[in-house]
Design a protein around this ligand. Sequence first.
Ligand SMILES: Nc1nc2c(ncn2[C@@H]2O[C@H](COP(=O)(O)OP(=O)(O)OP(=O)(O)O)[C@@H](O)[C@H]2O)c(=O)[nH]1
Length: 350
Amino acid sequence: MNTAATARAKVPVTVITGFLGAGKTTLLRHVLANAKGRRIAIVVNEFGTLGIDGDTLRACGVEGCTDEDIVELTNGCLCCTVADDFLPTMEALLDRATPPDHIVIETSGLALPKPLLKAFGWPSIRTRMTVDGVVTVVDGPAVAAGRFADDPAEVARQQAADPSLDHDNPLAEVYEDQLLCADLVVLNKTDLMTPAQADGVEAAIRAEIPRAVKVVRATEGKVDPAVLLGLDAAAEDDLAARPSHHDAEGGEHEHDDFESFVLPIPEQDSVEDFIARLKTLAAQHDILRMKGYATVRGKAMRLAVQGVGSRFRHQFDQPVPKDGPRTGNLVVIGQKGLDQIAIAAALAQG
Ligand SMILES: Nc1nc2c(ncn2[C@@H]2O[C@H](COP(=O)(O)OP(=O)(O)OP(=O)(O)O)[C@@H](O)[C@H]2O)c(=O)[nH]1
C-alpha cells in the first residue's frame, strides 16, 4: 500500500480543545446531531471527577448515538494517563466488531493538547489512527474581556525574579497552547459580542497563531460537521509546527495552577435564589467553572446548572430517579487557592 492509501486506512481522530466553558460539549452535541449516519465515537476527558459532559452528551437524544459510543475518562489529565487509560481506550474502539468511522476526543478545558498529540506516535496506535485535526473552541466574550491576557508589567517583574517563568496568568498559558495547536479555530459565543468585538478577537487570534489557520465564527457551536471533520491534517506528523509552553518545560507539565472539587447540593426551595447565590459566589471567588445539578422541592426533574465565570444557564433536564437521593452535586473549578470551606458553606443551605 502506498503512503496515501495507508493514511486513508487509518481511523481519523479529531481533537476538540478550548478553555473551560468555551463550548466544546455544545459543539460536540451539534456534530452528533448532524452526523448523517456517520458512526462517531466520543472520548471525553474532564478535569473534575464528576462526568458531567458525558451525561450531557448521553442526554442529547440523537438517534443512533448509543451509550457505548461515549467513553468517559475522568481519571485526570489524558496525557498523564496515556499508557493506563488512553491507549487501551483507543485500542478498544479500534478493536470493536464495527469500529467507528471517526473518533472525536473532547479534552478537558485545562489540557495542553500537544502532549496528547504525542501519544498518537505510540506504536500500538500510530499505524491505525491519525489526528485528522485539532479544533480549538474559543470563548469569544471571555477573550474580549481580557480573561487570558497577560499583564506585561507583572510578567516582567516575575521574570526578573525567576527567568524560567513567562506568565503571570496561568489561563494565558493554557489558552495560548490550545491556539498554537489548532488546525481550525471556532470563535464561539458570537451572540454575546458586538461585530466589532468579534473582529477584534479574531484579529488577536490570528496574531497569536504563526500558521495559516482558518477561523470560523459560531453561536452555540453550530459549525457544519463537514467543516470540522475531514481536515486531513495528520497533526501527529506535524508537531514541530505547534509550539507549546510544555516544550520549554522539557516535556514535563503540572496541573497545580488549578484545582477542582465536587460539592454536595442539598435540595433547593427556589431556582432563582439558587442561581443568584451561584452567581454571587462565582464573582466573589473568581470561580472559572461550575457545573452539575440540583433537585428542587416539588419538582420531579433535576435542575442542570452550567456556569462559566458568573454567566449561568440552567434547565430541568431529566427525571430524578425514583427513590434516589434528592441531593445534587456541583463541580467547582478555579485557580489554586479557592476558599473551598467558604464556598461549601455558602452552598450548604437549601
Ligand atoms: N450564550 C452562549 N452560550 C453558549 C454558547 N455555546 C455554549 N454556551 C454555553 O456555555 C456553557 C458551557 O458550554 P459547554 O459546551 O459545556 O463548554 P465546554 O467547553 O464543554 O466546558 P468544559 O468541558 O467544562 O470545559 C453552557 O452553558 C453552554 O450552553 C454560545 O454560543 N453562546
